[in-house]
Design a protein around this ligand. Structure first.
Ligand code: FES
Ligand code: MG
Length: 592
């Protein structure tokens, strides 16, 4: 092991092997020896491998990593590296107020400083809950040291009275049952709790599963990593193998800049379309691509990710949950299908040191109920559609969750297929929605579209998952479970609502939703990719001149203020604009 030569000298040598500063090396040693590293080890030139620990009591979706890290350490040591575990700013989707989205960029910033400012040669990024994956990948790109993603894996499948109940999705569906009077509060709670039977992240193809699948599709995880449920034996083995592999990557100097290319990002777009993945992936993929310096454009969503079929039968677009996905072969089996159909860039380099096509050899699924053949899908043209018009320049529609009932009602009028008009009911944030949705005076019926504004990165702040609004109780009781919705925030990846999301620019920065009024008619034309309010230009100009802008709450913390000053719109990934100027910063050693 000691005779191995790294392709690029390990940057940790700058700390530990400075012949002029043996006093400093002694100081480092004095501290590290408390932890079990011998002077010989630190001087030996072995790579120091960071384990970016995202698990904690505050981030329960990633808590399994507290255990898995031990296996990662074993792998690192057995392969000749020195493990150094450190904490990442916690992110918990369901608990962080005003929204966990505020923390993706904060965790990113913190991680960049750790990876840059400490003697770390390569890093294992532990991921799970929604934003933990993009935060890690964004930071790894900025610093550009060898990096590998270890997902924590989904929870076991949830069951309630013989029925599969999945994270998030069961909540949205049970809320409608509650509103319809079909279940009571106690039953609601039981269903929700049953959906979370173990450690792990959400077990549906929500944002967590989507982003971990994205990491694997990008080539950043060992094959099969994303889908292994958190409590499974294979999860621990994957942690060990990931630890072993990152040591080799350190020697090979296999950095994110060699793996993350336009082609690998297009692969990720294709995978999430076929998986019925989360619309939040649009934001995070844009952010990761921009930090990687990859030219990905908003149009790529329609051009590369709409015309693909839904192949994965997993909630919310399908029936099953994470355990079945893993047993069916996980992400490699899904990508195998794309590869066989000629829809994959197989030549992309991955963390294995081999190409994606090589990784996929022999990975065809045997479970055709879970992963459909490309020519016998669950749904044709099931990807993401991009819309624009006089209300916004960018909005995205996840078509895989649009129900047949909705398609029949809104999208199938003879001669007008894919086109509908609806009367807007406008809400200023989710409090306003909850206060007024059941107000009979609003006269909400099936010809309405529910609009949420003030929910974007600047308005909320952080951008909230609040656009998936359910209809008034009275409508639900009549069997109308969904209305079209539209908003400048996001929706949960576990939701099954037909929503126009991530609308940019948002109302808080003067986007079109800021002048929209309840009663205006909105016309959606999916064929033309348009969404317009049927309001005359003179009237729009008058409103912009005369009416006060919608309210925006003040910032309540320093980070909220800084975030608002520096963050862009969802269309572009809601990144910190100034951070994009920094790339491959590990090529410069920080001054002593
Ligand atoms: Fe953390 Fe779903 S809430 S993974
Ligand atoms: Mg979410």
């Amino acid at each position: 092991m000691t005779t191995r030569q790294p392709r690029r000298p390990f940057r940790s040598r700058e700390w530990f092997a400075d012949p002029h500063r043996s006093d400093m090396t002694a100081l480092y040693l004095e501290r590290f020896m408390n932890y079990g590293i011998t002077p010989e080890e630190l001087r030996s030139g072995r790579p120091i491998i960071g384990i970016a620990q995202t698990g904690s009591d505050l981030s329960p979706c990633n808590r399994v990593h507290l255990e898995l890290a031990k296996r990662v350490r074993d792998g690192i040591r057995d392969a000749g590296g020195i493990p150094m575990e450190f904490p990442v700013h916690p992110i918990f989707e369901n608990c962080r107020r005003p929204t966990a989205a505020l923390d993706r960029n904060l965790a990113y910033l913190g991680l960049v400083e750790i990876l840059y400012g400490y003697p770390i040669d390569a890093v294992v990024l532990t991921t799970g809950c929604d934003k933990t994956t993009p935060a890690g990948v964004m930071a790894a790109s900025t610093v550009d040291i060898p990096a590998i993603v270890l997902s924590g894996g989904p929870m076991l499948d949830g069951w309630h009275e013989g029925e599969l109940v999945g994270s998030g999705t069961v909540v949205w569906r049970s809320r409608r049952l509650l509103a319809a009077g079909e279940i009571d509060e106690e039953e609601f709670l039981q269903r929700a709790c049953s959906s979370a039977p173990s450690v792990g992240h959400c077990n549906t193809m929500g944002t967590a599963s989507t982003m971990n699948a994205v990491a694997e599709a990008l080539g950043l995880s060992l094959p099969g990593c994303a889908a292994i449920p958190a409590p499974y034996r294979e999860r621990g083995q994957m942690a060990y193998e990931t630890g072993r592999r990152i040591v080799d990557m350190a020697y090979e100097d296999l950095r994110p800049s060699r793996i993350l290319t336009r082609e690998s990002f297009l692969n990720a777009l294709s995978v999430i379309s076929c998986a019925g993945g989360s619309s939040n992936a649009q934001v995070h993929i844009m952010a990761m691509a921009r930090h990687a310096g990859v030219d990905l454009r908003p149009e790529d969503w329609t051009e590369h990710a709409y015309d693909l079929p839904l192949l994965l039968n997993m909630q919310p677009a399908g029936q099953f949950l994470g355990e079945r996905f893993h047993r069916a072969g996980g992400v490699p089996a899904l990508m195998w299908e794309l590869q066989a159909a000629g829809k994959l860039h197989g030549g992309c380099l991955t963390v294995t040191g081999r190409t994606m096509a090589e990784n996929l050899e022999g990975r065809e699924t045997r479970d055709r109920e879970m992963i459909r053949r490309f020519d016998a899908p669950l749904l044709e043209k099931a990807g993401f559609l991009l819309l624009k018009g006089n209300l916004f320049d960018f909005g995205i529609l996840k078509t895989s969750v649009i129900s047949q009932r909705f398609r029949d009602r809104y999208l199938s009028r003879p001669g007008q297929e894919g086109i509908f008009e609806a009367r807007a009911v406008v809400f200023d944030g989710s409090d306003d929605y909850h206060h007024r949705i059941n107000d009979p005076a609003l006269g909400i019926d099936e010809d309405c579209i529910l609009v949420m504004r003030g929910a974007g990165p600047i308005g909320w702040p952080g951008s909230a998952e609040v656009v998936n609004m359910q209809p008034p109780d009275a409508l639900i009781q009549r069997g109308i479970h969904t209305l079209p919705t539209l908003g400048d925030g996001r929706q949960s990846g576990t939701a099954d609502s037909p929503s126009i999301l991530n609308v940019s620019p948002e109302s808080a920065v003067g986007g079109g939703l800021s002048w929209l009024q309840t009663g205006d008619v909105i016309r959606v034309d999916l064929n033309a990719g348009r969404c317009d309010a049927l309001v005359a230009p003179e009237e729009i100009a008058r409103r912009q001149r005369e009416l006060p802008p919608p309210p925006v709450p003040r910032s309540h913390s320093p980070w909220e203020q800084l975030y608002r000053e520096k963050t862009g719109q969802l269309a572009d990934g809601a990144t910190l604009d100034f951070a994009l100027d920094y790339r491959r910063i590990s090529e410069v050693t920080p001054r002593h």
